[in-house]
Design a protein around this ligand. Structure first.
Ligand code: GH3
Ligand code: MG
Ligand code: MG
Length: 466
């Protein structure tokens, strides 16, 4: 994940320190040493995130934050306030000014990257969400189909030993929670978790078992894979915390838990979860017949072309590109010939479902022709897209397909071509042509394989898996 981060601090050394850490992880830093400059750059550069020092002469961070949030152009950019360790009052004022999160000075790496990644993901979700609503709105001529952001109270699962601290957390969450289920052991948490839970807040250590085991199990299981997990750790547990974040926990808090921080992080995680769910639901909501494919419920060719056009037009220079995966069922005509058209339709529907399970919710899946599909993957490089493509190829080839009206099982394979946008721009047609050529090469190479399209300068496709 790459992102552009505006770092604002009046002390040059602080800016340089953050810049060094962030660019090491391939984030791009835009520096600013005062509030007015930060406002100007936020508007002209539209960064993905703003790290904002509170204490600055002339215009302080709080005022900068208020102005950013009041400006419609910059209101969606997440703001992380950087405050001194002891300044709890600052945090409260930061929240009131509209900040999305905090970092305390001196900024440690785990905190920095956890927060930056979490907020960049939130922003990406929001962009994708808005974009899809816009493209839909254009087609459905404003029938009020666009959904407002859901800010209703959430169901939260708290995993923590019973005691004063747990009670205080439950109390603190009252304004944002419809219910807080309190599990006092890992075993209990395992029983209480289900798809209605929108956030898990979990202590990093529990007496009965290792909560990190749960984190990894929950990430592996279909029903809980999307649930955000906020870990609560002690100051001395940083290595285990880093492991938790690696395993897929979304963010963390350090004990003693600061109420405002808890609330801010809870809100961020729930917002992101809901946007993500809404994106996913759009697939099933039968947006409008003009945009979806009736047989599979996926987007149709018309929609995906409009969406891609919009994505390409908005793509910043030098970012990670957008990947396009194009795939086609191998020898599908034989399936129809042997088993009949309805059986073929079953295969198409099941293929659509398997594909949706292999991709992220920001990815867009469309059926663009009879047995031809496209997946659009924002912020994905060629290597990443090839990994997803091969995972999909295996998810199809490894498990025979079932027909709903018979007992028979049928092996199916797909051939896949992937291409990624290149710097300097390229037309939509050219991009799709490269993906299509790669798909053609996969067919010619023997089918059931993935071929990555080379950049348009050299013409030789490279086979990477079969
Ligand atoms: P290849 O490996 O080269 O892709 O071979 P193929 O047989 O899959 O390709 P071909 O283009 O020759 O045939 C595509 C077949 O897909 C023809 C048609 O019967 C079938 N098909 C297209 N749309 C549908 C559909 O909506 N339902 C069903 N059941 N079949 C479809
Ligand atoms: Mg300062
Ligand atoms: Mg085919």
């Amino acid at each position: 994940m790459t992102a552009r981060i505006l770092v604002v601090d009046d002390v040059e050394l602080n800016v340089r320190l953050l810049e060094a850490k962030l660019s090491n992880e391939y984030f791009e830093v835009i520096p600013a040493d005062n509030g007015p400059l930060a406002l100007e750059l936020a508007e002209s550069e539209l960064p993905d995130i703003i790290l904002l020092d509170v204490m600055m002469p002339r215009m302080d961070g709080l005022e900068v934050c208020r102005r950013l949030k009041a400006n419609p152009r910059t209101t969606d950019i997440p703001v992380v306030m950087v405050t001194a360790l002891s300044d709890i009052a600052d945090r409260l004022r930061g929240l009131e000014a509209g900040a999305d999160d905090f970092l305390t000075k001196p900024v440690n790496d785990i905190a920095l990257f956890a927060r930056v990644r979490s907020l960049v993901r939130l922003k990406r979700m929001m962009e994708e969400f808005r974009l899809r609503e816009e493209v839909c709105g254009r087609f459905s001529s404003g029938n009020g189909a666009e959904a407002a952001e859901d800010t209703s109270p959430a169901s939260i699962l708290l995993l923590k030993e019973p005691g004063f601290a747990a009670t205080r957390i439950v109390e603190t969450l009252t304004p944002v929670a419809k219910a807080v289920l309190h599990a006092t052991s890992c075993a209990e948490a395992q029983i209480l978790i289900d798809h209605s839970i929108e956030l898990v807040i979990a202590s990093l250590t529990m007496p009965d078992a290792d909560p990190l085991r749960l984190v990894s199990q929950w990430r592996a299981s279909e029903a809980t894979r999307q649930v955000p997990i906020l870990l609560i750790a002690g100051e001395g547990e940083l290595p285990r915390l880093a492991k938790g974040l690696d395993l897929g926990a979304t963010d963390y808090l350090i004990r003693p838990v600061d109420r405002n921080e808890l609330l801010a992080r809870t809100r961020t995680q729930i917002r992101r979860k809901r946007l993500q769910d809404q994106l996913r639901e759009n697939y099933h909501r039968g947006l409008s017949l003009a945009l979806t494919d009736e047989l599979t419920g996926l987007y149709n060719r018309r929609y995906v072309l409009a969406h891609l056009n919009e994505l390409l037009a908005r793509m910043p220079e030098g970012g990670t590109g957008t990947a396009v995966m194009m795939f086609d069922i191998d020898r599908f005509k034989q399936v129809n010939d042997r088993y009949g058209h309805p059986a073929g339709d079953d295969v198409l529907r099941e293929l659509a479902e398997r594909t949706l399970r292999q991709v992220r919710s920001v990815d867009l899946v469309a059926r663009i022709g009879g047995e031809e599909f496209v997946v659009v993957m924002p912020e994905t490089n060629l290597a990443g897209a090839a990994v997803v493509a091969d995972r999909l190829r295996l998810a199809v080839a490894d498990q025979p397909f079932t027909f709903h009206h018979r007992d028979e099982k049928l092996p199916v394979t797909v051939s896949i071509g992937v291409a990624v946008t290149q710097d300097g721009g390229e037309s939509l047609d050219a991009l799709l042509k490269r993906a299509d050529d790669a798909l053609y090469a996969a067919k010619n190479g023997g089918r059931n394989r993935v071929v990555a399209a080379p950049p348009s300068l050299s013409r030789m496709p490279i086979a990477i898996a079969s």
